[in-house]
Design a protein around this ligand. Structure first.
Ligand code: GLN
Length: 493
């Protein structure tokens, strides 16, 4: 088949493979070529597994021809032959899992994350593990021990983070789908910066088994794609109860993709006044307002709402997430995982392994979290933060009595320059003001492109939904994307 296979949607890939227009091997090679051409400028990957991917593609081709011969093409799994990338914070058996950290270094994962196994069972082919801020702590992919990823729209800028490698890989068409994780915005913010669609589902919707823990009460796995319809297909495969994760929800998983069309005229969209504050880049404000008007013109009802505790989300998050992180990261002690530095006693080993293994941002989080949890401070910081978290959750519950989805910006600015927030952690933390609340409340959020700023950088809009109502988010994004072309815009690379 002529034409660039990397420009196809997943649905077009599925159809082309089934029609025999091209093979899984050709599809994979097109993506590997793209990776070879662009990786020196983008650095989306920490590990590439081209040879195993080629083997898988050959197997998939064999399954296609066997099915074609006996008329069982419709029985093949949905993602057979589709190349994917996985954030290097998620385990895949026998592949290195670094979490972007020297403390894990060459650690090889002994098992595959449940959600990734479901993708593999559906026929997806892993081409590599993508770059991430160290242990997912960051908003730019710059805290990775492997060096930063660069934004395909402007390689002097960051792709966002922490799942910046995954977002950049999809934006640059190195893969049609990449998996990421989101504790406070790490899927939605890089999706916005890179002009792709990113879904962070409800807490518990996708098993966390195999997702290396950052903030265990906040972490969600999710996906980057080019459209809401593709994201719907992915979530339908990844979601659902898992006996390996007691916090995974026993809640029915709809066929998101089949139910993607809705009557937008019955959709009530809430616009929270607390999300349109001073300090947001002016083009973001106007572009989001235009996108909301598009929804109005499609027949949706637009309702002004209030989420009064929004301003506390940032301080609450930066107590709870580091507190949970400080506990989770205690396991990297040189004994059980990854690298070991040791010149003396066992205590020396702990000091040396952790002192040399963790980067400065991770150390900052461990100190913040340990302080917030220590005797005498626990009630004043961690305890108080938990109470305010409940108020934030209640804001959402009240809002969702009145509206079906909430529309707002994803980020206060478009992609910033590499190094711009280098010595200012607070400026970096402020990048997540609009994404943290969804994690604190456990509700789903989706980011998708709605325009470009004056420097040709993507602007994303976020829709948040009721807990476990990802379906309405996909429907709302799909109807927008059926009527607009922003999701089809491409970086000029
Ligand atoms: N930037 C936020 C942080 O550093 C969120 C990261 C994430 O979602 N993993 O904590």
């Amino acid at each position: 088949m002529s034409g660039d296979l990397t420009l196809l949607s997943i649905f077009e890939m599925q159809a082309g493979l089934r029609a025999g227009d091209f093979s899984c091997t050709e599809l994979l090679e097109a993506h590997l070529q793209r990776i070879h051409d662009l990786e020196p400028r983008i650095h989306a990957f920490i590990t590439l597994v081209e040879e195993s991917a080629r083997k898988e593609a050959k197997n998939a081709d064999f399954r296609f021809s066997a099915a074609q011969n006996n008329g069982q093409i419709d029985d093949l799994p949905a993602l057979l032959g589709i190349p994917i990338a996985v954030k290097d914070l998620i385990t895949v058996k026998d592949l290195r899992c670094s979490c972007g950290s020297n403390v894990l270094g060459e650690w090889i994962a002994p098992f595959t994350a449940t959600a990734i196994q479901r993708l593999l069972d559906a026929g997806a082919i892993i081409v590599g593990k993508t770059n991430t801020d160290e242990f997912a702590m960051g908003s730019s992919t710059e805290t990775s021990a492997f060096g930063p990823t660069f934004n395909p729209w402007d390689t002097s800028r960051v792709p966002g983070g922490s799942s910046g490698g995954s977002a950049a890989a999809v934006a640059a068409r190195m893969v049609p789908v990449a998996i990421g994780s989101d504790t406070g915005g790490s899927i939605r913010q890089p999706a916005a910066f890179c002009g792709v669609t990113g879904i962070k589902p409800s807490y518990g919707r996708i098993s966390r088994y195999g997702l290396v823990a950052y903030g265990s009460s906040l972490d969600s796995m999710g996906a980057f794609t080019h459209s809401g319809a593709e994201a719907a297909l992915l979530l339908g495969i990844m979601a659902g109860l898992d006996k390996m994760d007691a916090t995974s929800a026993d809640h029915p998983v709809p066929n998101y993709h089949k139910e993607i069309t809705c009557d937008i005229k019955r959709l009530r969209i809430g616009v929270p006044r607390e999300y349109f504050i001073d300090g947001i880049q002016s083009e973001i404000k106007t572009t989001i307002k235009t996108a909301i008007e598009t929804y109005r013109s499609l027949g949706a009802e637009i309702v002004e709402i209030s989420l009064p505790h929004t301003k506390y989300a940032l301080p609450v998050y930066y107590l709870i997430a580091p507190a949970e992180a400080s506990a989770n990261l205690a396991r990297y002690d040189g004994i059980r995982f990854g690298t070991r530095q040791s010149t003396g006693s066992m205590i020396d080993m702990f000091f040396e392994t952790r002192g040399q293994g963790f980067g400065p941002e991770v150390k900052r989080r461990i100190m913040l979290g340990t302080y917030a949890l220590s005797a005498g401070y626990y009630d004043a910081y961690y305890g108080q933060a938990q109470k305010v978290r409940t108020l934030i959750k209640q804001d959402f519950e009240k809002a969702f009595d009145k509206v079906d989805v909430i529309a707002c910006p994803v980020t206060p600015t478009t992609a910033f320059k590499v190094g711009e927030h280098g010595d200012d952690p607070l400026a970096m933390y402020l990048e997540d003001v609009f994404t943290l609340p969804a994690n604190l409340a456990g509700v789903p959020g989706i980011a998708f492109p709605v325009g470009l700023d004056l420097e040709n950088l993507p602007i994303g809009m976020q829709l948040m939904g009721k807990r476990f109502n990802e379906k309405t988010l996909f429907q709302a994004v799909h109807s927008f994307q059926q009527n607009t072309k922003f999701h089809l815009q491409k970086p000029l690379l």
